[in-house]
Design a protein around this ligand. Structure first.
Ligand SMILES: *[C@@H]1O[C@H](CO)[C@@H](O)[C@H](O)[C@H]1NC(C)=O
Ligand SMILES: *[C@@H]1O[C@H](CO)[C@@H](O)[C@H](O)[C@H]1NC(C)=O
Ligand SMILES: *[C@@H]1O[C@H](CO)[C@@H](O)[C@H](O)[C@H]1NC(C)=O
Ligand SMILES: *[C@@H]1O[C@H](CO)[C@@H](O)[C@H](O)[C@H]1NC(C)=O
Length: 795
């Protein structure tokens, strides 16, 4: 009989356990939550934070997350990194063996906190940190150590930590903005390139790194319990992020979130509110993301303006959103000027946009100019899509336009070319309200459109120098891949004979053919006549030309058009008024150190783009001063990229297979090893040493044996600390000794015989710009056999 009360006690305990798996923030092993509209959650002891499933706005799916449970909008502060949403009926369980396990209704595992064992319990802390406690009472896993887009008071980030913005308000996949607390101690906001994942220049950084001493570089990023954020340096100093005394006194929630618009903001919210409150901003960076080149707040052709320190993106008149769900995405032109043979200026007119500028990627700059001549010159030029008029100067631009910004404090006019009549499309004029309505209507259809189309389209928009939508096809909002192929203007041979006045003025001769000066419309061009090709290369020619056309970077010579007629294959490029880098470096007067270092960084950026940022990776294979051109501002532009593939493809069967030019060629060309982008890094290293020293890579006639091979000489001078000899006592370079040393060291890293030791071009840029410390380079040729060495300096 004594058994009964005992059983009852056990039973009530069991019932209690089943009904409330959680008390005082603790969660027992075996407890689970199911995703349903009114699902329960695991609360912290104060009830301020909850862990569980939250239904996503405008969506039937759920997100496993942690949120402020007492705030009406249940602001989310954490979710698993990939931001996957799950359907109703999905389950999360705290298991004894693998911690938190998220499964879909079929039982398939979607996410887990990681394989960990001997778990005692889970704990939803009042700080917003969900902790898994081991049987030894230590914390095995913490949501604070896996932040997604938000940081909370008492949370600390070590070097190497990253948080990512979400994609949009309701899409929790990782977006294009990142906050990195770098290994060097710098705290940096970046915009990622969607395709390559690489970063450009920082949108904001604290500069808490120190190249020469690590003790005063950043050590921890701390959000303290009072609500102040700062970088704690190695020497105990604080670099304050939250301005001193900026927080209101009283009981407030605090958080800092890298929002989907690219702004990292710290917010507060009164704890005991009547429900009519909202999150207020105390501090945010960057100050004006619209003004940052490459900030990427708005997509291509889109225009950014600032409202309350936040970017608002709006397609300009004549453009509409590529994906109506993504207002900060790319805009597509409703009609784009084309360079058809029947281009006539009478067919076009302008839409005038005030205070709007796209300050990058102009290909013609007229100074001085007036409004009328600015417009006329754009009308006459079939390549011109937009003319910008400001301060009596005129810039002509092609589509896609990037970094568009609206700023009423600047007096600037943008003239957007559009086809005037004989056109089935009407001139579009949407106000923002119209667009919102349209968005709703389009939402359904956009969801139905296949992502493949979107990807093809996006890719093409991003890398294409020209955007041509054929008149016939312009009613189709999603051009087929065929349309993408046809984006580059094609010219007949006769037109080019005319444009070059019968190939009268030769600008130069290269491995691939001669280059002639020409004029198309009013635009000066360089026409490259390629050596005749073997017939079966024909198909590759088209593919490669389109690959080249899809590149668009300020350090690459822009391909404007091509001709493919029988045996005749010609490429039309923008004309570069300042000739080649070879002329710049080795002739007449020595250019200044500042100019030289700018040129070096420009080339590095162009190469990094070819290697990492364009949709198709391009290995140049023939980097040398003759292939680098300088525009009117002496900015470097890489020429002849993409050609190695067309022209050498077949020759490699017949000759030794060595591409490129002697002296710049990476050693692996002579071996039977795989050729990668690292061959370009090698050539860049040689080029960098040439730019630094104004000496040629190989000098044959010299009496001085030591100076024959530049890479040897550079290593020798570097080792002996004789950089003054290396730069021939260039006083400007010597005054900038730190940078000079850095450049030489980077050069020596790039020419390492072992390709895997050479840095990527991305790293090269960071090292050249001083954002990344350069380690001591080892001897570049530890096992070099021959030709490259003329004396045994490494012995
Ligand atoms: C969820 O809760 C609300 C109000 O608390 C109630 O009106 C609704 O019927 C519930 N839905 C389900 C599916 O239980
Ligand atoms: C909860 O957070 C507080 C404040 O940071 C801390 O002192 C406590 O140890 C935490 N509890 C657990 C179980 O981690
Ligand atoms: C979020 O965006 C990504 C990338 O565009 C897409 O693959 C994913 O399906 C989106 N998720 C939701 C829930 O819409
Ligand atoms: C948080 O940091 C601020 C600013 O550095 C400081 O004034 C405050 O005392 C700190 N609070 C705590 C709890 O350490």
């Amino acid at each position: 009989m004594a058994m009964l009360p005992l059983c009852l006690i056990l039973l009530t305990n069991l019932l209690h356990f089943l009904s409330a798996q959680q008390t005082n923030g603790y969660v027992s092993v075996g407890a689970s939550l199911t995703a349903t509209p009114n699902a329960s959650s695991w609360l912290s002891s104060s009830g301020e934070f909850a862990f569980g499933f939250q239904q996503i706005q405008g969506n039937d799916n759920f997100l496993l997350s942690i949120w402020y449970d007492k705030i009406p909008d249940k602001t989310i502060v954490w979710y698993p990194k990939d931001g996957h949403t799950v359907p109703s009926g999905s389950k999360v369980e705290l298991t004894g063996g693998t911690g938190l396990v998220l499964t879909d209704p079929e039982g398939k595992q979607i996410w887990t906190s990681g394989s960990i064992s001997n778990i005692a319990s889970g704990f939803m802390n009042d700080t917003g940190n969900f902790v898994i406690i081991g049987s030894d009472s230590r914390n095995i896993w913490e949501s604070f150590n896996h932040p997604t887009d938000t940081m909370l008071p008492t949370q600390v980030m070590a070097r190497g930590g990253v948080i990512s913005s979400k994609m949009s308000k309701t899409n929790f996949s990782a977006g294009k903005f990142q906050l990195r607390f770098q290994l060097d101690g710098n705290f940096v906001l970046y915009t990622l390139d969607i395709i390559s994942g690489s970063t450009g220049n920082p949108n904001y950084n604290t500069g808490t790194f120190n190249v020469s001493s690590s003790t005063n570089s950043g050590y921890q990023y701390i959000f303290n319990a009072t609500g102040y954020m700062y970088i704690l340096k190695g020497n105990g100093e604080k670099y304050e992020l939250t301005p001193r005394d900026s927080l209101p006194s009283g009981d407030y929630y605090h958080r800092a979130t890298l929002d989907y618009d690219g702004v990292f903001a710290q917010y507060y919210y009164p704890k005991n509110s009547d429900g009519n409150q909202r999150w207020e901003v105390v501090w945010s960076e960057p100050e004006n993301i619209c003004k940052i080149d490459g900030g990427g707040a708005c997509g291509l052709n889109n225009v950014c303006s600032l409202e309350d320190n936040r970017p608002i993106c709006e397609c300009p008149q004549g453009f509409s959103l590529l994906d109506s769900n993504v207002p900060n995405g790319d805009c597509k032109p409703d009609f784009a000027p084309s360079c058809d043979e029947d281009y006539r200026e009478e067919q076009f007119d302008f839409i005038e946009l005030n205070n709007i500028d796209w300050p990058q990627h102009d290909y013609v700059h007229m100074d001085p100019s007036n409004e009328e001549s600015c417009k006329t010159s754009c009308l006459k030029d079939c390549f011109c899509a937009v003319a910008i008029y400001r301060d009596s100067q005129c810039w002509r631009k092609q589509i896609p336009l990037s970094n568009g910004r609206k700023d009423s404090s600047v007096i600037v006019k943008a003239f957007l070319k559009f086809s005037n009549g004989n056109h089935s499309l009407q001139r579009p004029e949407f106000s923002r309200e119209d667009k919102n309505r349209r968005s709703l209507i389009l939402l359904g259809s956009a969801l139905l459109s296949t992502s493949v189309f979107v990807i093809i389209f996006l890719t093409s928009v991003i890398c294409i120098g020209f955007f041509r939508v054929y008149k016939k096809r312009s009613l189709n909002p999603y051009p087929s891949s065929k349309a993408v192929e046809a984006t580059l203007p094609r010219f007949t041979y006769q037109e080019l004979v005319k444009a070059t006045d019968g190939f009268k003025v030769e600008l130069g001769k290269g491995a691939f053919g001669a280059v002639y000066k020409g004029v198309i419309g009013t635009k000066m061009v360089a026409v490259k006549k390629l050596h005749s090709l073997i017939q079966d290369v024909q198909k590759e020619f088209k593919i490669e030309v389109n690959t080249i056309a899809r590149t668009n970077h300020k350090n690459l010579v822009q391909l404007l058009g091509y001709c493919d007629e029988g045996e005749q294959r010609l490429l039309i490029y923008e004309y570069m008024s300042n000739g080649t880098l070879a002329g710049f470096l080795f002739e007449d007067t020595r250019p200044s150190w500042k100019q030289r270092s700018n040129v070096a960084i420009g080339i590095a950026k162009g190469l990094a783009y070819l290697h990492e940022e364009c949709s198709t990776q391009i290995i140049h294979c023939d980097i040398k001063p003759q292939n680098i051109l300088l525009d009117e501002h002496c900015d470097a532009k890489i020429a002849d990229f993409g050609l190695a593939k067309i022209l050498m493809l077949n020759q490699s069967r017949t000759n030794t297979g060595i591409r490129g030019t002697k002296g710049y060629v990476a050693p692996e060309w002579f071996r039977n090893t795989l050729v990668s982008v690292k061959v370009d890094v090698y050539s860049f290293g040689v080029l960098l040493l040439e730019i630094v020293s104004c000496r040629k890579s190989v000098v044959f006639e010299s009496d001085n044996e030591d100076m024959e091979v530049l890479t040897d000489f550079a290593w020798d001078c570097y080792q002996k600390g004789l950089l003054d000899t290396f730069v021939e006592n260039d006083s400007e370079a010597l005054d900038d000794y730190k940078k000079l040393t850095r450049f030489v060291m980077v050069g020596l890293w790039c020419v390492q015989e072992n390709p895997s030791l050479r840095p990527t071009m991305r790293k090269v840029i960071q090292m050249l710009e001083g954002g990344l410390e350069v380690a001591e380079p080892p001897c570049p040729f530890p096992y070099s056999l021959t030709s490259f060495k003329s004396f045994n300096e490494c012995g």
